[in-house]
Design a binder for this molecule. Structure first.
Ligand code: GUN
Ligand code: FE
Length: 458
């Protein structure tokens, strides 16, 4: 992997509210970090091109209908639920876990079952433009380590969590940690094993402490995992205030909401990723903000299991980091773009309301809608920012985690302007990408400057 230069249109989420599109000359260093990005035609851009020519650095020129954009961050994926994607969504959360999901995840005790599933999942996520993924694996060390190895081999930036779940009240005998001590020892071994993987010197793949959710864990385990995360400086992920059933279960057992309980166990810290969080109160959000934790918003999954829409703008107003999660297989799509469009759609329905029996004026919740520019931000920099990763924008100093989108690819659903018309605005192109982009459009994908999917550009 050497340095290179790409000239072409760059779609960049400059801020949550503002997306830009311009022809740029982008210089990527041998370390996979963007050295410079200059407007095409300027003296600075010409100097980069001249210097590249003199030193024999490859220069790629994109076609007019092609563009570069940051890769997607998926903050919540259940890797072992890959075989169940697009199925079993007619059950409520608890029945879905007990009847379908725990039995499937139990099969990952066999690494030979896990390996081909994880291989296909990682390559499919990359093909959909995901460059950072945060995974729940299973309770099984060997197959979870296999997942980490596969991410590393394919170059996917990933956080991988060995799941911890020990409470016999919810977890079946064949799929739970037999004791607190066993679960903590396994999590500790897993953290060290991932960090020590050959080829992982730059920590492209990182471990995560992963209590499944409060209802699946005893108090002792939650307490031990909080201490382990602090001792190891390891990030944490869990499910939080997802559904009425889960939220009420925690309130009955703990007497407080998920956030307060997690905080008491030391599980709410900078870098903690809280999936869903639909039922958070303003106090919950203030606490999450104070701790610097993040929400993984999973709008497709929430339509089936949560029975509510996360008031995302309220979370933003409270200063909480928010990114997107596919929640495979609670969500049925491996595409962060599809989930970003769904986030915009769900926010619109929260804003306008959806029960036609109510008068329009009182049907919805004011100030809940999101723009597509905000959807693009959530899908990219919102996610990487939540994780503390220096990627998610195509700007100097950021890792070159990027997608080359070909809007004119054969089989594309993205409509270009009629011949002779000016090109669409940056906002419209962002919207088209979230609403209409498919795999044919995702021509090349890079993580940290390494090509991880597709053809060499152009
Ligand atoms: N809560 C605990 N486990 C799960 C899971 O696998 N998916 C979802 N959506 N919620 C959960
Ligand atoms: Fe989940």
């Amino acid at each position: 992997m050497g340095e290179f230069v790409i000239c072409g249109h760059v779609l960049n989420p400059a801020s949550a509210r503002h997306v830009t599109m311009a022809r740029q000359v982008l210089h990527v260093g041998a370390d996979g970090v963007i050295v410079a990005s200059h407007a095409a035609g300027t003296a600075a851009a010409t100097a980069v091109l001249d210097d590249a020519a003199r030193r024999g650095v490859p220069v790629h020129e994109l076609a007019p209908a092609q563009l570069l954009m940051p890769g997607f961050a998926d903050l919540h994926v259940h890797a072992p639920q890959w075989p169940q994607m697009g199925r079993a969504l007619d059950l409520p959360l608890r029945e879905w876990l007990e009847q379908r999901t725990f039995p499937l995840e139990a099969r990952f005790a066999d690494p030979a079952f896990a390996a081909p599933v994880y291989e296909q999942m990682v390559t499919t996520l990359l093909a959909n433009g995901t460059t950072t993924a945060v995974f729940f694996a299973t309770i099984h060390e060997e197959s979870s380590l296999t997942l980490a190895r596969i991410c590393l081999r394919h170059g996917l930036r990933a956080h991988v969590g060995l799941v911890a779940m020990d409470d016999p009240a919810l977890c079946p005998a064949d799929y739970r940690n037999p004791s607190i001590a066993q679960a903590l020892a396994a999590s500790s071994r897993f953290i060290h094993a991932v960090r020590a993987l050959p080829g992982n010197e730059n920590a492209l793949v990182r471990p995560m402490v992963t209590p499944r959710f409060i209802p699946a864990c005893t108090d002792g385990l939650l307490h031990g995992l909080g201490a382990l995360a602090a001792a190891e400086g390891c990030m944490i992920q869990t499910h939080c205030s997802e559904s009425d059933w889960e939220h009420d279960y925690v309130r009955q057992r703990m007497g407080v909401n998920d956030t307060v309980a997690l905080d008491r166990f030391g599980l709410l810290r900078r870098g903690t990723v809280l999936a869903h969080s639909c039922f958070m109160t303003a106090e919950d959000m203030a606490l999450v903000h104070a701790r610097g934790a993040a929400i993984a918003h999973c709008p497709l999954s929430n339509a089936y299991f949560a029975g509510a829409v996360l008031p995302l703008r309220q979370a933003w107003q409270a200063g909480v980091h928010v990114g997107l999660g596919t929640d495979i297989s609670g969500g049925y799509s491996p595409s962060v773009a599809v989930n970003a469009a769904m986030a915009v759609t769900a926010a619109r329905m929260l804003d306008t309301g959806n029960d036609p029996a109510l008068p329009a004026a009182t049907r919805g919740r004011t100030d809940a809608r999101l723009t597509f520019a905000e959807g693009l931000w959530l899908a990219t920099r919102g996610g990487t920012d939540a994780l503390g990763i220096t990627a998610g924008q195509l700007a100097p100093g950021m890792a070159f985690d990027a997608i080359m989108v070909d809007r004119a690819a054969p089989g594309s659903n993205i409509m270009l302007p009629p011949a002779g018309d000016p090109d669409h605005t940056a906002e419209d192109i962002a919207q088209q990408i979230l609403c209409n982009m498919g795999r044919p459009n995702i021509r090349t994908v890079w993580v940290a400057g390494r090509r991880v999917h597709g053809a060499e550009t152009p």
